[in-house]
Design a protein around this ligand. Structure first.
Ligand code: PEP
Ligand code: MG
Length: 747
């Protein structure tokens, strides 16, 4: 890098810092800066565009374009060259701007006379703040050095923006992290919560982005990288690492030792950035790339680099994760993503969880659901926007989050929470009463569970038992395979807590997407229909047998109920069942008492099982319809794909007809039947299921009250007639008819 440009760049940054050091209005500062940059770059134009809202950029200051356009010219993200820079998070450099793809002519700025265009994003660790542009009449491409210099300046601007250097009442910029922001994400777990933000990864604050003395900064970064390398080596040498953890750390080590990474940061420093700002500049570039790459492996690696940059920043600034901030009384966890074990550590202290990433079926989502904590996922950009302690409202029903909400929004939200609390009180009064329709039919209501923490709900919810205990949660939250004794002790505690009420233990539903870190990952094109659940259990019976042994020991002579997930044909169930009987025999010969009563059932989650031979229905001690999976396979609509997962109504009459068929076949064979998918917890759906003949429903504990309240209000025989009438009319779904009918019922 030529010494001349280096010092030019440093000179510019120092001048920039001097401008910022003088107290002044935000707009005046922006004006001085554009002037300074144009002057220093020898270009006619320098403009700063900042985001007004996440979708809109506004020209906030310019040297060289018409001043009248300031605060008037706006563009959408992705629109025009400026919008393209913002969206891509990467520079656009062209000698002939009007000929460039996406160029948008804006007469109010007078920019048509400028041919060359260089735009670089103003971004800070993935947070898009704006775009810095230089333009000149002369048709020339900007050199690599010049691009680099402008990027360095943009980095300082980003830091300064973050520190509030350009805010003011003069139209310059609204203060960051003060405005109310609404995030539209995806529903992860229902429920509403009000609280204060608790960041899982608090932001590192960089107060000085400009280096006073580059050589000192170079020493600092080398020393910090040295510390980082040693810390990773130490981690690698630590005992108890499984293969995957080792692999991740090896990748970290590779990055930490990468010459390219350190060299780029040193170059940034020679251009005038402080060590911290240099780390952030490289981190921002990696984040921008992360948004662009589709390849999962590459994204993962960029993620590693991101994590490593955070560690390096913490070493440089001395700011640990523990910022000394106290967790608020009503914490709502905000994070880019979080592992299931970490989430479980926070446990029920959390009022809500908001994630930027994650999926409906992710392990963290499963834990949040088990803990009954409202969860919103895909709340893009929230971890960059939220500050510790900010007021936050989480609407898990709608998948909406209000950060720093206006008082009117907060009030409406509180009304909603109060109404829900009121309803819960009403439900509590029904606790000791049966879910009995006015026709006299009684429907047993069980709860779904998966963690020890769920068990207290057994009493408070009024559930008769646990209709589905998802045993995989205990496997998901660990980083190594649990031992038989550990499982036995856990299952013992579950049965103790149930105090004789029936608990249906579903064997491990794992594989493909629900990968255990300690099991060899298998890359399957279609995991939901892949090697999962009972298929894994039968092909590699070691874990299945261990689980069955643990269950038998935990029962210690008490009744035991075991259920197999994802059975697709009779033979699979018969084989799984014989494994249980073999283990029972073995355990007895080892001196462990046999359960007083042993029930072995199957989940009906694949349409094929509904058509299994009668022998299957006779062999199963009970059958539970796993509606979540069954519905996804009936409609061929992925339950985790936002585009399709709500496309088909559960009350679609074809689906109801199909369920009726299952009811009839179970009744014919005299096999007890239940339903344990999420739909069982939705009151209208629950009434429909009961009307079709399901006499046992298993659901989230919080749903038991609402479901019971509705069932007690209605005549299930009439409900069935309503469904039949809708079918006779040729309706697609019974929903409208049922809703109309319910509206006429006393209540
Ligand atoms: C189901 O598929 O309906 C079910 C209860 O199982 P899971 O949601 O755990 O797949
Ligand atoms: Mg299932």
């Amino acid at each position: 890098m030529p010494e001349r440009t280096e010092s030019e760049s440093r000179k510019l940054l120092r001048r920039l810092r001097d401008v910022l050091a003088v107290p002044g209005k935000g707009q005046d500062r922006l004006d001085s800066i554009t002037h300074l940059i144009a002057d220093s770059m020898g270009t006619e134009v320098c403009s700063i565009y900042l985001f007004r809202d996440p979708e809109t950029l506004e020209l906030c200051a310019t040297e060289g374009l018409k001043k009248e356009a300031v605060h008037q010219t706006r563009m959408k993200l992705g629109e025009g060259l400026v919008g393209r820079v913002a969206r891509g998070g990467a520079p656009v450099n062209t000698a002939n701007a009007p000929a460039e793809r996406g160029f948008r002519f804006m007469p109010e700025t007078g920019e048509e006379i400028f041919s060359s265009f260089l735009g670089v994003p103003i971004q800070r660790v993935g947070e898009k703040l704006g775009v810095l542009v230089v333009q000149s009449k002369e048709a020339r491409g900007f050199s690599e050095d010049e691009v680099y210099a402008v990027e360095v300046v943009a980095m300082v601007l980003a830091e300064m923006t973050e520190l509030g250097a350009f805010t003011g009442d003069d139209g310059a910029m609204k203060a960051l992290h003060r405005q109310p922001v609404m995030f539209r994400g995806t529903q992860g777990q229902e429920g509403a919560a009000e609280g204060r933000v608790w960041l899982h990864e608090p932001r590192v604050v960089v107060t000085n982005p400009v280096a006073d003395d580059p050589l000192t900064e170079i020493d600092r970064i080398r020393e910090a990288v040295g510390v980082l390398r040693v810390s990773i080596d130490d981690l690698l040498e630590a005992q108890e690492l499984d293969k995957d953890q080792k692999q991740v750390l090896e990748a970290y080590r590779m990055f930490a030792h990468s010459r390219g990474w350190l060299r780029r940061m040193e170059e940034d420093i020679m251009r005038g950035l402080s060590a911290e700002a240099a780390v952030e500049k490289e981190q921002s570039a990696a984040r921008a790339r992360m948004e662009q790459v589709a390849d999962a492996y590459l994204r993962e690696r960029l993620h590693d680099l991101d994590d490593l940059s955070n560690r390096l920043l913490r070493i440089l600034t001395g700011q640990g994760r523990d910022t000394g901030a106290e967790m608020p009384d009503n914490p709502v966890l905000v994070a880019r993503n979080i592992g299931p074990a970490e989430l479980l550590e926070y446990g029920r202290r959390l009022r809500g969880v908001v994630l930027e990433e994650g999926s409906v079926g992710s392990h963290a989502a499963i834990v949040a659901r088990a803990l009954a904590i409202p969860l919103v996922i895909h709340a893009e950009r929230i971890s960059g926007e939220a500050l510790n302690g900010d007021a936050i409202l989480v609407d898990g029903d709608q998948g909406i989050v209000h950060l720093r909400p206006e008082e009117t929004v907060a009030r409406a939200f509180r009304d909603k929470i109060a109404m829900q609390a009121e309803a819960q009180k009403r439900y509590a009064s029904l606790r000791g009463l049966p879910a009995q329709g006015t026709c006299g039919t009684v429907v047993a209501l069980d709860m779904n569970a998966g963690l020890m923490a769920d068990l207290p709900s057994l009493d408070s919810s009024g559930a008769e038992g646990v209709g589905l205990f998802r045993t995989e949660l205990q496997f998901l939250i660990r980083n190594k395979m649990p031992k038989r004794a550990e499982l036995a002790s856990l299952y013992t505690r579950v049965m103790d807590a149930a105090q004789g009420q029936r608990v249906v233990f579903r064997t491990l539903d794992i594989g493909s997407d629900k990968v255990l870190t300690y099991m060899k990952p298998s890359d399957e094109p279609n995991p939901a229909m892949g090697w999962r659940a009972i298929r894994v259990g039968l092909d590699k019976p070691g874990v299945l047998r261990m689980q069955v042994q643990a269950l038998i020991r935990a029962a210690a002579g008490r009744p035991l109920t075991i259920m197999f997930p994802f059975v697709a044909e009779h033979a699979e169930f018969a084989e799984a069942r014989s494994h249980v009987l073999r283990e029972l025999h073995r355990e007895r010969s080892l001196g462990h008492p046999a359960p007083e009563r042993l029930e072995i059932g199957a989940m009906c989650e694949t349409p094929s099982l509904a058509f299994a031979p009668r022998a299957f229905f006779e062999l199963a001690d009970f059958i539970s319809v796993g509606g979540n999976d069954l519905k996804q396979f009936f409609f061929a609509a992925d339950r985790e794909n936002e585009r399709v997962r709500r496309r088909y109504d559960t009350l679609n009459l074809s689906f109801l007809g199909f369920l009726e068929g299952i009811v009839a076949r179970a009744a014919e064979a005299g096999t007890p039947l239940s339903f344990c998918g999420e739909d069982a917890g939705r009151p209208v759906e629950a009434v429909a299921l009961a009307a079709l003949g399901f006499r046992r429903l298993s659901m989230r504990p919080a749903s038991i009250g609402p479901v019971k309240a509705l069932i007690r209000r209605v005549n299930l025989v009439e409900a069935r007639e309503v469904i039949e009438a809708a079918r006779a009319r040729g309706a697609e779904t019974a929903r409208a008819a049922l809703m109309d009918w319910l509206a006429t019922q006393a209540g």
